[in-house]
Design a protein around this ligand. Sequence first.
Ligand SMILES: Cc1ncc(COP(=O)(O)O)c(C=O)c1O
Length: 380
Amino acid sequence: MPIPNQRHLFSIPESHAYLNTAYMSPLMHSVVSAMESGLQEKVSPWNYKAEQFFTDVEIARGLAAQVFGTAPQNIAIVPSASYGIQTAANNLPLRAGQNILVLENQFPSHIYPWQAKAAEVGAQVRILPIPKDDDWTRVVLSAMDAKTAVVAVPHTHWSTGATLDLLAIREALDAEGGALVLDLTQSLGAQVFDASVVRPDFAVAATYKWLLGPYSCGFLYVDPKWHGGRPLEENWINRAGSEDFGGLTRYQSDYQSGAVRFDMGEKSNPAQMRGAWAALRQILDWGVESIAETLLLKTKQLESELEPLGLRAAKIRAPHYLGLRVDGVKQTSLPEGLLQTLADQHIYVSARGPALRVTPHLYTSDKDIDRLIEALKRAL
Ligand SMILES: Cc1ncc(COP(=O)(O)O)c(C=O)c1O
C-alpha cells in the first residue's frame, strides 16, 4: 500500500519543493528531539552512567540490523561510507594480477580505497564503462573472470539511478570465488535489500540520505566470515570487557564479539545514536517495501511528464531515484545555471555527471512534483 504524504513529520516550508534526498535528507521532528535528548546528556554528564556508553549504540545497531536484513552482531557503527569501504579493503585478500570491478563514475568513497589497495599489491581496478541500455548487471557479469577478487559496486548508481541485480552478481561470485562489497548509501531505506539473501562480504550505508538520519553516522554489514578481521582503529571500547571502566588497563587482546570490533572510536555519542535510531524506527514502521512502492509512483509520474522535454531516466532503475539525462531535440546537455534558476523558485534538485538528479521522499507533495515539471518546461 502506498504511504500517504508524511511532510508533517518534517520542517519543510510550504514554499519549498525539496526533491534532493540523494544529496541530504531533512531531519524529522522526531529525529531532532531524539538528538536533542542525547545532547542534554552532555549538558549534565553527572547523570550519564557508564552503561549508557553501550545502550544507545546497541539500540541503533539492532534497528540498523533489521533494515539490512541481518542480525545485530553483523553490524558495525561507522562514521561514513568511506570508513566502511576502507575496513573492507583492509581485510579482503588481494594478490598481484587480480582485479577489482567498479562502475564508471562510481562515487569516490568506493573507488579510492580500492585504488590504494590495488596499487599496494600490484592488482588492477577495472572501471566498467556505462552501458547504453543501463544494464549494469550484464556488464558486471560479463567482466567477471577467474582473476576477479572483489566486485565493489552500489545497489543504485548515484548519478543515473540505474540499479543492479545484486543477487545475480552474488551467485556468479559464488561460482567464481571473489568478494562482494556494497555501498548502499544511495539505496538502503528506500530500495528493498536483504543481506541474508544477497550475502555481501561487506556493505555500508551512511545515514544522512535515505536512512533519514544524522550526518557523520553509518552502518557497516560484515559477513561472519570476516569477523576475525582487523579494525581500522584499535579503540578501547571494542575490546573484551570494556564495560568495566575500572579494569580498562588490564589490557585485553580479545575484542567484543561479532562485527563490534569494527565500530568507530567514540561511537557512544548519544545525540548521533538516538538520532539514528529515531530515523530507523520510523523507516521500519513505514516499511522499506512501502516506501519504495510510494516513491516509485512519484518517480514514474516525473519520468513520464519529463520525457517529452528530452529528459530520460535510466531504463533499469531504482524505484526512488531519477538521474535524468538530456536526450532532447533542442538540447543535449543541462542548460547553464539550471539549478540556480530552480533554487531561485525554491525547487531543489541536483546535477551529478551528465544527469539531473531528482530524488523525492515521503515529504514530497503532488504540488512539489507539479512545480518542478512546470519549472523545467519553462527552463528547457
Ligand atoms: C554513493 C555514495 N556513497 C557514499 C557517499 C558519502 O560518502 P562518505 O560517507 O564516505 O562521505 C555518497 C554521498 O554523496 C554517495 O552518493
